[in-house]
Design a protein around this ligand. Sequence first.
Ligand code: GZL
Length: 368
Amino acid sequence: MVLLPLSLLLCIRQGYFYRREVAGMIAWIKKHLFASAFLCCFLFLLAGCGRGTKDDTVQQQESESQPDEDDIVIGISQVGSESDWRMTNTKAYMDTFTEDKGYYLIFEDGQQKQENQVKALRKFILKDVDYIVLDPIVETGWDTVLQEAKDANIPVIIADRNVLVEDESLYTCRVGSDFLQEGRNAGEWLAKYLESRGRGNKDIQIVTLQGSLNSTAQIGRTTGFAQIMEQHSNWNMLEYQSGDFTQAKAYEVMEYFLETYDDIDVVISENDNMAFGAIEAIKEAGLKLGRNGDIIIISFDAMRDALRLVQKGEIVADFECNPITAPLVEEIVQKLERGEAVEKVQYVEETYFDYRMDMEALIEKREY
Ligand code: GZL
């Protein structure tokens, strides 16, 4: 019988059960001694086999302590840490779902791989969290694991990017950006800009640095801009290539664009970090950036470091993508806790910035 408490302690350490579940087990064991003998062999074997090799590729963060009885346990599956935007988005979750506010946060960084995010969701289901927050790296391939969460009665909140599923009841709601509108806004801004420079009817050669392919941000921005481009037969999209939302990849793609095309007028960069990579490559090629140069860059995200480049004129316009989704997610959790209905889709507030604005004042007061 010594084995039993030892096994239970080992299982708690392995994270198979929370203390609150074990208390119920002990009461049950006192009532059913024979069955307990069998149970203790099983628990000892379970504890002994450990959790297998921890998947070192998935960064995870979980409080050392165990959740208290009345904590709200939140499992967050994040895309990765690929951009300034993403780091700000993650920090907002850490700042919002704190222990002193009654949350127990389990955070999993997917390292830009869908299989890591699926593993994280299955871990949350096994731990029977109260809510799952998923920022899906790509739109498809979620039906099975979201069905498993639904079968386990765990509400799933989609944040930032979106999922494309057969059955929309597989997730409770989504909060994020309207990426299609972001892309349209950028196209409309470019049309007005070219008109103001007397180039409304001139041939305009464009290349696009796309984000991670099949991500909602990439699909929306590409599609939205293309819808406006259709209204301008003098605009020519030379090529789309993905820079995967990273500075390093975008640098390589921009080098390729510059080697391949003699005359590029506009670079559409689907996030700021890719714009940083493009600027590096353009400068190394000896070309001038900005309104009076060879190439203009239009970017998305509008993070502080990029707004400093708008101020310098190296980016002519930057379309904001608000990374502070965490407070809206918390509002949704609190409503669900009170049994209140929530809207299926909520969009975050967003604007844009361009070379005509007083960036100094704007940059100082921005959160990110
Ligand atoms: C958009 C977000 C995108 C950002 C990129 O909401 O998903 O992912 O635009 C980030 O910076 O990598």
